[in-house]
Design a protein around this ligand. Sequence first.
Ligand code: ADP
Ligand code: MG
Length: 582
Amino acid sequence: MAIIVLPEEVVARIAAGEAVERPASAVKELIENAIDAGASSLRVESVAGGKQLIRVSDNGAGIPALEIELAFKRHATSKLRATEDLQDLSTLGFRGEALASIAAVSQTTIITRHRDDPMGISLRLNGGQIDHQRPIGAPAGTVVAVENLFFNTPARLKFLKADRTEKRNIHGVVTRYAMAYPHIAFTLKQDEREQFRSSGRGDLADVVAAVFGRAQFKRMIPIESSSPARIGQAAIALRGYASLPDLTRSDRSRIVLFVNGRAIQDNALSHAVTGAYEGMIKSGAFPFAVLLISTPTDFVDVNVHPTKAQVRFREPGQVFSTVQRSLRQALLEADPDEYTADQWRADGFTNETINYRPPAPAFAGTAEEDSFHDADLGYIPETADAPAKPRTLPILRVVGQIGAMYIVAEGPAGLYLIDQNAAHERILYEQICEEQRAGSPLAETVNDSQTVLLSPEHDMLLGECAEVLSQLGFEIETFGPHTYVFRALPRIIASSRLADSFPRILEHLSRKDKGIHNRIEAAMAALAAVAAVKSGQILSLEEMRTLVAQLERCASPFASPSGNTALIRLTREQLALEFRRG
Ligand code: ADP
Ligand code: MG
């Protein structure tokens, strides 16, 4: 075959294939035109996934009647004059291709009135050829109706997805632009049903909540950052919303990125977003994020992709790191628990914490106790044998441990959270009290006793507490100055750790007189406090089971002897409410 220059008609159809891949890309081009025309209200309608009809109506500037034919010529644009302008674009369109391309592969009707013209004009094209045009009375603005898209390119038509997929794509385009332009009121109607509406009030949060749903939006945090221009660096501003790590999806479809108001697909940027969640979400899960990025216009080259879906940054690394850093920082600063708690309160949800307060605390603990974290002081004997006492709690199944602090368990009524330290204190306290009541000795002889050197202060306390110590079963002999040897010890105190634990026991005992009537009970509570497992101690499943089995038979399982909450219960109803199934 000899070389020929292709006829205009063929060129137009080839070009159309690039810019208008599917109905959603036509919708995108028409929306961009309306935005460029300064519309404040934008209505999109489609029938059969856009294959039968796409109609985009706007209240923007309109097209002067004299220019209407030109608007449908290829490379006809009002937005660009010279090559230099390409570097400094403030409009979404610039190639003058969309209208020509769309019209070439459909039956298109446009009704438009420029705001300075007294009359509007209507123009109809069939496969790119002008059918007819006539003056028409119309409000300022433009309506473009695209019927039977791809009717004359059967190959393209065949490759379109099911209506439902095309509908979803159109929905995606409209909602994305609605988020990027919260000042424009968008309406989307597909197959005669209104699917989406934004208010146009300019509130990004409102639009994001409308797009993703209120429940999801509650799990998103605002992202806001701006870095001023520095030498060699552009000013980059970022705003939007991103999900807390517990709200994810199995694909990237909820990562929505805009650069200077232009929807873009950029793998590197989307990696910057997912990278910010590293270590917070499991692999294969992706966050929700809507990020509106602004840079100086000459910082991005928008002319690198047929559908303008990709851009090239002058300094990709700067954008990448700005996005990742701002996001990461916001995520680290966000306290998901506090957030949830606030939401709970906002939703009128009250956590049914069992607020157990002992009538007269047997032992008044102070905040000082919390400063002790010698983690391995406490231990739980490795036997699940429950004491022969009546149950006060149902049988609980241990699920696991969180934060080396709380045991998660399941019971017939719902979820139980157990503070390991408070619970163990309670268990030990009741055990000692029982032994003491039963008259069985609390202490036993120590064979491998070491000497303990006390500070002068602790030595003084020892003198004051001698009586109660011997009631607890301590047998202590003087070994040297401030130095003692232990002949017998309460069983729950490990002899190997005495150097650590004994001074603490003395400190607890010295606080005896603060409203405590029963001295020996206070002393036993002190022993329990010192001997109990601490927060921060990792427990084996066996240890947790033993602890929970013992707690199930405590007379007062809900709090430690000093009154700290040991057990929180969330009923099924509360959980259902929280998950909106109530
Ligand atoms: P581009 O947007 O790249 O300039 P288009 O083919 O999309 O090319 O549009 C051609 C021209 O038609 C635009 O430059 C603009 O002047 C005019 N135009 C298109 N759509 C609208 C609209 N909705 N309102 C006002 N003018 C429009
Ligand atoms: Mg355009």
